[in-house]
Design a protein around this ligand. Structure first.
Ligand code: NAG
Ligand code: NAG
Length: 281
């Protein structure tokens, strides 16, 4: 066996063992802030059996969904959010593995800032939307880390091609009423197999992203399946070529020349005779 095929086998095996995926938590609506009395649905994606949504709030630690929401094993719904439901939410397996965590702030006030609940990826366009309880504000002021960053006429602020420097705490205000603060996290370009759809609250920027992402997902699923089969193919190839080499070696030493004249399509016979002669020693 040549060393390159052995190296390839090792590489493929390590790729294969690295492709196990982890559960992640998604939130609907995908916003880090919600108004009081509004519903929220939390879901453990890519999760097998035995995952539950847990949360830390000001009153509870690691509280299971059954205590504060309605669970069906994969998703967890709260029909009327309360300011006391503000906190960190995540998925946790019975074995103790955890997903990403999401911060949800429930506002009892009249203004919220809708920003992505999940970390956004470097290069994405992210829209921050200022919402008022009664009617959407005709204009809103935006703040980052305590500093005024601009007034937007329709209450939407779009950050183009976000980078790490856009991370921070954001809030908005409308007619003197302020939303709570929310943290925007920007993650580096993810490894391809764990790519997440960008979660922006703008409808226009999400239009074409999911289709390219789902086709990427398809390609990687296909690759993963190919990777699963390759070690089997390589092993089979190695075993067969080993037998052939032995058969050739043995037939040159031990079988009479008349036997070799029978032709190349007697490979199987050669292998079998090689095996049997070997066992006679
Ligand atoms: C939740 O609280 C526990 C106990 O205080 C802590 O260990 C854990 O890191 C918290 N999890 C999150 C996601 O904040
Ligand atoms: C939660 O809500 C979502 C969408 O509204 C629904 O598809 C899901 O079945 C609900 N889950 C539970 C446990 O009620």
């Amino acid at each position: 066996m040549d060393p390159t095929s052995l190296q390839r086998l090792v590489l493929l095996t390590s790729l294969l063992s690295g492709s196990t995926h982890q559960a992640r938590l998604t939130v609907t609506p995908s916003s880090s802030q919600v108004f009081e009395y509004k519903p929220v649905s939390l879901r453990c994606e890519d999760a097998s059996e035995g995952w539950t949504v847990r949360r830390n709030t000001s009153k509870e630690r690691r509280a299971e969904c059954g205590v504060w929401g309605i669970s069906d094993g994969i998703s967890c719904n709260v029909s009327h959010m309360d300011p006391l439901d503000s906190g960190e939410y995540w998925c946790e397996s019975t074995g103790g593995s955890t997903s990403n965590s999401v911060t949800i702030t429930v506002s009892g006030g009249s203004v919220i800032l809708q920003s992505p609940a999940l970390p956004v990826t470097e290069g994405d366009d992210v829209t921050l939307t200022c919402r008022a309880k009664m009617a959407d504000p005709p204009s809103a002021e935006f703040y980052k880390d305590g500093v005024f960053i601009g007034t937007e006429p329709d209450g939407h602020m779009t950050l183009l091609h976000v980078s790490r420097s856009d991370e921070g705490l954001y809030k908005c205000s409308f007619q003197g009423k302020e939303s709570p603060w929310s943290r925007l996290s920007v993650s580096g370009k993810p490894p391809m197999t764990t790519m997440e759809p960008p979660t922006t609250s703008s409808s226009s920027s999400t239009m074409n992203a999911p289709s390219t992402l789902s086709s990427l997902h398809l390609v990687f699923r296909l690759l993963r399946h190919l990777v699963v089969f390759c070690p089997y193919c390589i092993c089979t190839y190695i075993v067969v070529s080993l037998y052939r080499e032995r058969a050739r070696g043995n037939s040159m030493e031990m079988t009479p020349p008349t036997h070799a004249e029978q032709g190349l399509d007697d490979d199987y016979d050669d292998v079998m005779s090689a095996v049997t002669t070997e066992h006679q020693f």
